[in-house]
Design a protein around this ligand. Sequence first.
Ligand code: SPQ
Length: 428
Amino acid sequence: MLSTKIVKRVDRLKGEIKVPGDKSISHRAVMFGAIANGKTTVEGFLPGEDCLSTISCFRKLGIEIEQEEDRVTVYGKGWDGLREASEILDVGNSGTTTRLMLGILATRPFHSVVIGDASIAKRPMARVTVPLKQMGAKIDGRSEGNYTPLSLRGGQTKAISFHSPVASAQVKSAILLAGLQSEGVTTVTEPHKSRDHTERMLKAFGVQLQEDETSVSVSGGQSLQAQHVVVPGDISSAAFFLVAGAIVPNSEITLLNVGINPTRTGIIEVLRKMGAKLQITNERVINEEKMADLTISTSELGGIEISGELIPRLIDEIPIIAILATQANGTTLIKDAEELKVKETNRIDTVVSQLQKLGANIEATEDGMIIHGPTPLTGGQVASFGDHRIGMAMAIAGLVSSEEIEIQEIEAIDVSYPNFFQHLAELI
Ligand code: SPQ
C-alpha cells in the first residue's frame, strides 16, 4: 500500500538542522572499505535505502559489515576478499550501487547477477557495461547488457582510455575501479568534470591517481588501505531546505556540516545568482572533503539561465531549482540537462507535469525546461512516481501553495532522506 502525505502552506520556517550524510560519499565509504585491507570505520553514514542496498550487496559478496544508524564498520579483506555471492545482488533503487559495483566486480574472477527495482530496470547500463566489456569483463543482460537483470563474470582485465560522452561520476568511478585491478594505465575523460568523491576518497585510501580538469588516470595493481571516513551532510538534501528558506516568507534556516565539494556546489551558485541571501560559515576540510554551515533567509529572486559545466554540478538539484524558479521574477532557462531523462524517473517530464498541475508556468524542452515566474502555486494532487527528489520537491512546493498539496508515493523519500518530514516539522 503506497502512502500519501498532505503538506500545507506555512507562514515562516526558522531553525537549525543537520541534514543526513552525503549519499555519494556513504556508498563509496562502504564499497572502498570492502575492497581495502583492514577495518574501515564510517561516521555520518546515510542510513537511507540506497546506501543500505550497497551494504546488503557487499555482505552477500562475503564482507562483514556492521551498521548502527550513521555508524558503519567494514571489515575489508582486500580485493581478493570478495567472494562469489550465492544470491542475486539486489541494488533496489540505486544507480550508484549498480554502476560502481559493476566496476568492482569486473575484475573479480567469479559470477554475479545484479537486479534492481522497476526504475533501475529502465536506466541505461551500457554506459558502464560497454567500457567494462572492452576491458575484458563478460557481461550480459537485456538489450545486450544495457538493462538489468545483468549477469557478469569478471576476471583478468586490461586498461583502456575511455572518452565518456556524458559527464557522469558513476561511469568515471566504475571504469577507474576496474582500472585499479587491470593491466596498464586506465584513463577516463569527460566533457565536463563530474563529482569527484571517488578520486578524493581513493586518495585518502592510499591510491595514486593523476588528474587534470576533465581526465583521471590510474595504474593497475593498486590496493586500498582501510580508513576512518567522516561523511559530510548531503548538499543535495540540504538543497530542499535552502530553497524553502529562500521562498517561504519570514524564514531563516541554518544547515550544519554540509559538504561543499566544488563539484557539487552548483546550487549555491544558482541561489546567489538569483539573488538569495545565503551565508557560508565555519568552513573546514575533513578527509579531503570541504564542509560548512549554510544559512539562508527569505529573498527577492530573479530568473537566470542554467547550462553548460554547471549542469553536472547541480544535476540532482534541478527538481527543487524548478520550484525556486516558479517563485522568481522573470524567466529561468535550464538547458544541456538531457541526463535528467535517465534518472529515477524522466525528471524533465515528472517535474514539468507535476508543476503544471499546481499552476506553474513551466514547459519542457528537449534538454531541460523553461519556467516563467513568479506564479502563485495552487494546491492539488501530485505524485513522486517513486522518485525521492520529486517527492521532496513537491513537499517544498506545498509550503508556498495557496491550498494544500497531497503527495502520493511518499515512501520514495526514504531512499536518500528518511527523516525529511521530521526535519521539516522542526522548522515550522
Ligand atoms: O544513485 P542514483 O540513483 O543514480 O542517484 C542520483 C540521485 O538523484 O540521488 C541520480 F538519480 O544521484 C547520482 C547523480 O545523479 C549519484 C551519483 C554518484 O554518487 O556518483 C552521480 C550522479 O549520477 P551520474 O549518472 O551523473 O554519474
